[in-house]
Design a binder for this molecule. Structure first.
Ligand SMILES: *Cc1c(COP(=O)(O)O)cnc(C)c1O
Length: 236
């Protein structure tokens, strides 16, 4: 067991080495530290070690942490990476910097309408159900372009890219498919002068970050490899 700071360094080294192996430039892959079920003191420790981007799955838990760490607000970008119900969009629009789990237009429209005027546009990613699992959230690959085009036109959102949570141990295929979809949608958006900021492919977790980086991920989401196991009691 090392400290959070040591774990962060290990993960950064894995990212650096995987990027090099894949022939990708240093700094082309960002680290999102997933802090769900972890104490705000642990997040603070990671911030002191230089980490700035954090992901939360559960809206209420995330907001509690954002408020507890308000003194560090300017140093942190908070990402909501879990499912969002339409009656909770206002809280998300008011508190987070990113929402990565958008899978229908209605949610995006509400976030855009409810984003406070004094805040910059909310960064958003469209979540893709890449393994076609019935139980998983995310939009199908076929419907993704249309949704991205519609979101790109909303005034208070900044469409940043795509996110997916492939089935565990499903190998390269879903990661490859995500990269192809990402490039295809980016091309389509650029042809229409939409979403110039479409730059994020959020893919890869503690166990598959090397594979995800080889397949073009620009943001890996890492929880357990930094904080250790999650407390069961705090999970939904
Ligand atoms: C929990 C979670 C992660 C982090 O997974 P680890 O296995 O702890 O690295 C990444 N992405 C999402 C959407 C998650 O819910």
């Amino acid at each position: 067991m090392g400290t959070i700071s040591e774990h962060l360094n290990n993960i950064k080294e894995r990212i650096r080495s995987a990027s090099q192996t894949a022939g990708r430039s240093e700094g082309s892959v960002r680290l999102l530290v997933v802090s769900k079920t972890q104490a705000s003191s642990s997040v603070e420790e990671a911030v002191l070690a230089g980490q700035s981007e954090f992901g939360e799955n559960y809206l209420q838990e995330g907001i509690e942490k954002i408020q507890a760490l308000n003194h560090l607000r300017k140093k942190i970008q908070w990402h909501l990476i879990g499912p969002l119900q339409s009656n909770k969009t206002k809280l998300a629009a008011e508190n987070f910097d990113w929402v990565q789990s958008i899978d229908r237009l209605k949610i995006a429209q509400r976030l855009s309408e409810q984003r406070p005027a004094n805040l910059p546009p909310l960064n958003v990613c469209v979540q893709i159900n890449i393994s076609n699992e019935d139980s998983k959230s995310g939009i199908s690959q076929n419907d993704a372009i249309e949704l991205c085009e519609a979101i790109a036109k909303l005034p208070h959102l900044k469409l940043r890219g795509l996110m997916a949570i492939p089935e565990p141990n499903s190998g390269n295929a879903p990661l490859k498919a995500m990269n192809e979809l990402f490039v295809k949608i980016r091309t389509r958006l650029h042809e229409q002068d939409l979403a110039p900021s479409f730059d994020t492919l959020s893919l890869g977790m503690s166990d598959d970050l090397e594979l995800a980086i080889a397949e073009g991920s620009t943001m890996v989401r890492i929880g357990t490899a930094i904080f250790g196991s999650r407390l069961k009691s705090a999970q939904n």
